[in-house]
Design a protein around this ligand. Structure first.
Ligand code: 5GP
Length: 211
């Protein structure tokens, strides 16, 4: 929630996209740790859990049948096929949270970004993270060692496709150095919070100021 010493503001939907391996997950984690006004929007997915992942924290891991049911019940803001699985953003408490000044972080791809933006342009801030090179991206995917060569090749191919959508974002940051990249992403978040339209407490404040 907003600091006591700042005016009330509307929350924002902060979208971080990048090809797998460009550092989005690390940057997301750093942001969530450093900033207590932003919370992760946990997606639902039909893909199997990876080592170290926790159900309900990284994703809601659901069956195909459960995902179908969520679509039928209109539980998603947006959903998409990514690789061989489906991923979606449950509406949950996002709408109510935004009103109360809660920010949400979205770790979603370009398809989800487009859908969210179409639904709610005002609240969405789109940030794209680029790797310094495709060689470096390949090296990082290899170093992760959780996926087979075949999966890595698939991710490299998809990385090219994902990168081609860079111009659908408000901000683009090259992740050469993770700390510098993080610092830039934080500056973007801080500046976006200060936008006049988001500072819903301003009207009353200025009215008093003038009296
Ligand atoms: P991963 O399987 O590596 O966790 O994620 C694969 C891709 O799915 C990533 O590019 C990620 O951004 C995307 N993704 C994760 N959650 C969602 C979601 O809710 N909606 C959409 N459209 N994409 C998502």
């Amino acid at each position: 929630m907003a600091d006591h010493d700042t005016l009330h503001r509307r929350g924002l939907m902060f979208i971080l996209s990048s090809p797998s391996g460009a550092g989005k997950t690390t940057i997301s984690r750093m942001l969530l740790e450093a900033d207590d006004e932003i919370r992760l929007s946990v997606s639902a997915t039909t893909r199997p859990m990876r080592p170290g992942e926790i159900d309900g924290v990284h994703y809601h891991f659901v069956s195909d049948a459960a995902f179908d049911r969520m679509i039928e019940e209109d539980d998603f803001y947006e959903w998409a096929h990514v690789f061989d699985h489906r991923y979606g953003t449950p509406k949950g408490h996002i709408r109510a949270g935004l009103k109360e000044g809660q920010d949400f972080l979205f770790d979603i791809d370009w398809q989800g970004t487009q859908q969210l933006y179409q639904k709610d342009q005002q609240d969405v801030v789109r940030v794209f993270i680029l790797p310094p090179s495709l060689d470096e991206l390949h090296r990082r995917l290899k170093a992760r060692a959780t996926d087979s060569d075949e999966v890595i090749d698939g991710r490299m191919e998809r990385a090219r496709a994902e990168i081609s959508h860079w111009d659908g974002y408000d901000y683009v940051v090259v992740n050469d150095d993770v700390d510098q990249c993080f610092a830039k992403v934080r500056e973007i978040l801080h500046a976006e919070r200060m936008k006049r339209a988001r500072q819903t407490g301003l009207i009353g404040f200025v009215r008093e100021l003038m009296n």
